[in-house]
Design a protein around this ligand. Sequence first.
Ligand code: NAD
Length: 378
Amino acid sequence: MDRPDQLDHPDRRKKNQVTQGTGPSGTKPSGTEPLGVAVVGAGYWGPNLVRNFQASDRFRLRWLCDLDVDRAQRVLGGYSTVQATADYAAVLADPTVDAIAVATPAGTHLDIALAALRAGKHVLVEKPLAATYADGLRLVTEAEERGLTLMCDHTYCYTPAVGRIRELVRSGELGEIHFVDSVRINLGLVQKDIDVMWDLAPHDLSILDFILPDNVEPVAVAAHGADPIGAGQACVAYLTLQLNTGAIAHVHVNWLSPTKVRTTMVGGAKRTLIWDDLNPAQRVAIFDRGVDLAAPQEIGDDERRDMLISYRSGDMVAPAIGEKEALRSMVDEFGDAIRERRAPLTDGRAGLRVLDILEAASRSLEFKGAVVGLRAGH
Ligand SMILES: NC(=O)c1ccc[n+]([C@@H]2O[C@H](COP(=O)([O-])OP(=O)(O)OC[C@H]3O[C@@H](n4cnc5c(N)ncnc54)[C@H](O)[C@@H]3O)[C@@H](O)[C@H]2O)c1
């Protein structure tokens, strides 16, 4: 398991400029009073949503719902006016609830989120959006037909570091992207129901989706994995993604590593950046270093090609990056998207694109690393 900690608000450009309509349930997207919200799931992650909804002036937390009502009550404490319940139907019937945040296991996301949308509530779903692409598509379709906001909590996209990386990549400061290399390894909690790819790679894949320019996207994936401890599912996995530009992206996720590593390298034609999430003093470093090759038409033979390779060895710059809790920015974005009737930065379709890659990677694992094409036009 992995959690992003800090972050600033990234810019507000998004892949899908979908305009949201008004919800049918008397929601108040353009009013000024806080939106009523209920969190479903009071396990490991739900309390983080509870804390951030309570801290946000855009929301008023009304309910915390969990099958284990005692757990929900413990999370809220003895003096809270927020109601703890195991009765989800009561939450959905409450007209003061405008939005539902789902922090239950992935296999339950479809039923809980679909019921919320059908009750006219805006929905925030924890990553991954759903257990399958087909389930995720049902949620996206339902939300779009009803004009409701559907957001996926791709938390890392709301860290100040990833916001800055997105700006650097999309503004062209790094030049055309040549490669992305992402490593997320540590002694992880071996999950019962999902493999290491479905547990950890949603973070890397959602970051990739978020930072790449609109015209650059993965088109195929090949995955290799291993279960050396006999856990019943892959505990170590390597995903290789082909991008439509000919560039390559690689993701290494691992539950068995004795040391924790969280680094992403984004190599561009002009500059290369390295993000080390475990180094708060210098999370992002931008290197004006790389290899240049003269244009192909200027190249005669192989010998001449060797001579035309040159190495740039310029400065390294570490930009100042603010500190703000990612989940706080994520929660604020959810509120703003509802009010402004626009798609959130990490909308349901962003969640779908991640599910598409995860499913293709699972198929690739079954077929020993075969290259599997991705769907187009999410
Ligand atoms: N964004 C992140 O960085 C991040 C980090 C960790 C987990 N997550 C996600 O959060 C979600 C929850 O993960 P977790 O680790 O907190 O799980 P968990 O098992 O610790 O907690 C899940 C809780 O949901 C409750 N629950 C299950 N089904 C329910 C239902 N139908 N109605 C009401 N309550 C129900 C359980 O009783 C439990 O308390 C997952 O989707 C996970 O991927 C996201």
